[in-house]
Design a protein around this ligand. Sequence first.
Ligand code: P5A
Length: 452
Amino acid sequence: MRLSRYFLPVLKETPAEAQIVSHRYMLRAGMIKQASAGIYSWLPLGLRVLKKIEAIVHEEQIRAGHIPLLMPTMQSADLWRESGRYDDYGEEMLRITDRHNRDMLFGPTNEEQITDIFRSHVGSYKDLPLTLYQIQWKFRDEIRPRFGVMRGREFYMKDGYNFDIDRDAAIHAYNRHMVAYLRTYERMGLKAIPMRADSGPIGGDDTHEFLVLADTGESEVFYDSAITDLSFGDRQVDFDSRAECEAIVQEWTTPYARTDETHDPALFDQIPEARRKSSRGIEVGQIFYFGTKYSEAMGANVTTPDGAKVPVHMGSHGIGVSRLLGAIIEASHDDRGIIWPEGVTPFHVGIVNLKQGDDEADAACEALYRQITAMGLDPLYDDRNERAGAKFATMDLIGLPWRITVGPRGLKNGVVELTSRRTGVSEELPPEQALSRLQEIFEGHRLGRGIF
Ligand code: P5A
């Protein structure tokens, strides 16, 4: 993309309404624009990151054997009356009446809707296990929407639902989700810690939240610092192996890690004092096992091998896709702007032309632009007639992890400059070498074919 033709409405002033750094930078970098309280338009740069995050979530769900589908945002109140949640959910649910006076709602979550799909089409143990998921907009009429996309009213969520024949099989699905989530967050450059939590209006006793440690997080968390040393890395996992998934879950849930809702001070005190930590955290996902809560209420039964009919065992599993943008920025920025991890960056590399209009500099930038694009990477070429300082400031603010700076002086010596946004370190390299460095850097961060 050429910046002169792009739509990147960068703000010079710090917006007064933004209290935390991710909200400020998302507004300043022209990623989002508030439409009304807790509701945002996604401007082109924000949309690119949202779609990258979405693509990683899809890839990791599909790797785990889960199947994508798409349900509507508008739901019928009658389904929620069947589960009993229409009255329980309270004021967070946005209720709407259509022209025929039918009660509708903008879905805050989809347990009822997916259970309805399941009961209409599945009736036998032979069709299990089954996990269906979607990435779709949700609406919760939060009493205090704030911090931009962190606590929105309209927000983008990955929500998945497993259907299993019995508790053991459903616990495997729970474990499989935890493993898939660990991989997912790591690919986004995040350390998200699974913590024992409270299940709230979704229900069930088994639940973990995934938290990114950050001072601006809304949750209070308590943990053994040993858990922050764990990393998932590039392990090959057989997602069908109950033992393998369970071992990984054991590894990640043995060190103490709880939100304030389930915090147990007596247990916490047994950890050596130097490792006892409490801080704030951003909840970027949550997984639940709730057994037959919805299947019993809504008549979602399956026949077992011996011919009995039993309610199917279920769980649901969520990732806050739009919230993740805020969480990643909270975890990765400096006083000049965002620093995108390679896996989610909106463009892979920025090209800064120090002397727009200089034939040689223009030609070198055009060549780099073509070659980077041919490598399957997305460059953002700042081809505007601006001072170098202004170009650098924009690149720093929008946070592309790599920048190539091209100017007449370097070109005389046959070099361009490759700069890491994270470390600030620059290397002078011949253009071909800069390109092969980029190739190496992004090798492990390529997205696959998408969901089809
Ligand atoms: C699991 C999937 C559920 O709704 N039902 C379907 C279950 N879980 S949850 O924890 O309530 O939400 C899942 C994730 O969504 C994000 N989230 C939000 N993001 C932005 N603004 C909000 N108001 C908001 N509410 C929830 C969180 O990341 C949460 O973990």
